[in-house]
Design a protein around this ligand. Structure first.
Ligand SMILES: Nc1ncnc2c1ncn2[C@@H]1O[C@H](COP(=O)(O)OP(=O)(O)O)[C@@H](O)[C@H]1O
Ligand SMILES: [Mg+2]
Length: 178
């Protein structure tokens, strides 16, 4: 069977970690937090409000792909959270084997800012939101994925992702989950 790899993407505070975790619980797939693959030098930069350069990002994206490839080889489907703001970053992530589908969580700037500032103890300060939004490139028509409005409750976003991406019942029943 061909594996499916979901990338839950979007700017800081859009709900990637929340929805990623729920997708993992709903589907029983392997989950990784993209943030966990950052080298310490990137975390230091982001904590001090300095946007990352592309040179900072390539090794990070490649680590995510390596993890996905290992899971794929073991026959496991995956969910990974990763901002994946630009097309070139998504192209890098699509280097993973099998099919990679993107779940882009997006919404009004006011909603995103509110979520970000309400979130306690995270290294990403709310001041980075404007630069994230300026960097964001929406999914192109040839990119497989969906855009979901984060105004909806997180459990609804999970169901929308599953139905709109046609994640098949056979995938679910293969894992003993319905
Ligand atoms: N759909 C949603 N509706 C309401 N609050 C949400 C939703 N998704 C996430 N949140 C809340 O918004 C904040 C940011 O979510 P988080 O998952 O940490 O975002 P990200 O991982 O993309 O930075 C958290 O406090 C989370 O509980
Ligand atoms: Mg997160």
């Amino acid at each position: 069977m061909t594996q499916t790899h979901l990338v839950v993407m979007g700017v800081a505070g859009c709900g990637k970690s929340t929805v990623g975790q729920m997708l993992q619980e709903r589907l029983g797939w392997s989950l990784a937090e993209g943030d966990d693959f950052h080298p310490n030098s990137n975390v230091v930069k982001m904590s001090s409000g300095v946007p990352l350069t592309d040179e900072d990002r390539w090794p990070w994206l490649d680590s995510i792909v390596s993890w996905t490839a290992r899971e794929d080889e073991a026959g496991r489907d995956t969910v990974v959270t990763c901002s994946a703001l630009r097309r070139v970053y998504r192209d890098r992530l699509r280097a993973a084997p099998a099919r990679t589908l993107f779940v882009h969580l997006h919404g009004a700037e006011s909603v995103l800012a509110e979520r970000l500032s309400a979130r306690p103890g995270h290294f990403m300060p709310p001041s980075l939101l404007p630069s994230q939004l300026a960097t964001l490139e929406q999914l192109d028509p040839d990119e497989s994925g969906v855009v979901l409005d984060v105004i909806a409750p997180a459990p609804d976003l999970v169901e929308q992702a599953i139905s709109r991406l046609c994640i098949s019942p056979s995938n679910l029943s293969d894992k003993g989950i319905n």
